[in-house]
Design a protein around this ligand. Structure first.
Ligand code: HEM
Length: 148
């Protein structure tokens, strides 16, 4: 039988990974001077990250949080990953909106200066988001105890 909670988590993990890949492609495009496809791909990356949030919140709203139930010696590393991911993910939202705002206003030197920080933050959030998704897929259990 399909486990809906796990399915929503898997979709969320896929979406955040795809948003990271789109950011990498968007950076390559602008490095090649493509001012048409760079914004398109970056806005796609933003849409994928927003969609990730929808699936993540849907899972959270319907099934609550998922607890780490893997090997004890991994617990510290897992929480370090989760906390750094969560803090930087919260920071990434306003950073991305600020980048888009500056691009729309044609303030490209400001856009470039902030992009230098935002891109690594976004890639860290996407990579750790995907890793956390894989860990919870294999070692997660519902915090409510109603079966994950
Ligand atoms: C939303 C996420 C976005 C990210 C993460 C992002 C990231 C970047 C990065 C890394 C650069 C290159 C900086 C460098 O060469 O050192 C750049 C440049 C640029 N971006 Fe974006 N960008 C985003 C959205 C947009 C949008 C929506 C536009 C719309 C017009 C845009 C237009 C440009 C342009 C024209 C440049 C070249 C600036 C220049 O060389 O003077 N970007 N962006």
């Amino acid at each position: 039988m399909i486990n809906l909670s796990q399915l929503l988590g898997d979709i969320a993990a896929l979406l955040i990974a795809l948003s990271g890949l789109a950011v990498i492609i968007g950076v390559i495009l602008i490095k090649r001077g493509d001012r048409v496809w760079h914004p398109r791909v970056m806005l796609t990356a933003t849409g994928l990250a927003a969609l990730f949030l929808v699936f993540y919140l849907l899972k959270w709203g319907l099934f609550g949080t998922t607890r780490f139930a893997g090997p004890e010696e991994w617990r510290g590393a897992y929480y370090a990953l989760l906390i750094s991911h969560t803090i930087l993910a919260a920071l990434n939202g306003p950073l991305v909106l600020w980048l888009i705002f500056n691009a729309r206003k044609q303030r490209f030197s400001t856009h470039k200066a902030w992009a230098r920080w935002t891109v690594p933050v976004w890639l860290y959030v996407a990579a750790t988001g995907w890793i956390i998704g894989q860990i919870l897929h294999n070692y997660g259990e519902s915090a409510e105890g109603i079966g994950f």
